[in-house]
Design a protein. Structure first.
Length: 215
């Protein structure tokens, strides 16, 4: 009986070893899961997207022009915004945005919230919108870049003032092109281009070319 009791006594410590291995495995899995967002961020992969969407019109402009009013329409997600924030970065090559003088290029207005313009950044704060409701940002008569390019107006948003600003899933862009350089076949209509746009109207001709792709 004494020998049997001793055998049982020696076997007892094995259970904690198995429990310890289980605990170590559980901690290892938990650490790996917790590290996933940080690893994604380190690779430049956003873990979440900013709420809402942004539409930019017009979708195309001509190089070195100054007669366009760019309309940026931000639409809130179904959950809406309560004191939210929207931040827009105007790309290089465009006039610096400003809200000091409405007669100067790049003047900015908003239809809701509070506006702040610093360098190339347009920020709207105190933005409260119902689900699916919108705010319009007007960027008036900016000078466009001098060469062909696709300009991206990088936009970030947060649903509240305490939220983290994150980039929208789809960023608004505008195509800057040289008049007549757009895709499409050469004009083969029955009349000369000048007969349609006005032979003594070079601006009209340029506009016609940019719309039709005619050369």
């Amino acid at each position: 009986m004494m020998h049997s009791h001793t055998a049982i006594h020696r076997a007892a410590p094995r259970a904690p070893r198995r429990s310890g291995r289980r605990l170590l495995l559980a901690l290892s899995i938990a650490f790996s899961v917790a590290a996933l967002p940080a690893a994604a961020a380190a690779r430049g992969v956003p873990t979440t997207r900013g709420p809402g969407t942004m539409a930019l019109t017009p979708a195309a402009v001509t190089v070195s022009s100054g007669g366009n009013t760019m309309q940026m329409r931000y639409t809130a997600p179904s959950s809406g915004l309560s004191g939210g924030v929207v931040k827009i970065l105007v790309p290089s090559g465009w006039s610096h945005p400003q809200n000091g003088n409405k007669t100067h290029a790049g003047y900015v207005t908003v239809s809701a919230g509070s506006l702040r313009v610093v360098h190339r950044t347009i920020t709207i704060t105190n933005l409260t919108l119902c689900g699916g409701c919108s705010v319009t940002v007007s960027y008036v008569y900016p000078k466009t870049p001098p060469d062909n390019r696709v300009s991206k107006f990088v936009t970030k948003s947060a649903s509240s003032a305490s939220g983290v600003l994150r980039p929208l899933a789809t960023q608004p862009t505008v195509t800057v092109t040289t008049p007549g350089a757009g895709p499409g076949p050469a004009w083969t209509g029955p009349a000369a281009l000048g007969d349609y746009a006005g032979g003594n109207n070079p601006l009209g001709i340029a506009r016609f070319q940019s719309v039709t792709g005619a050369r």
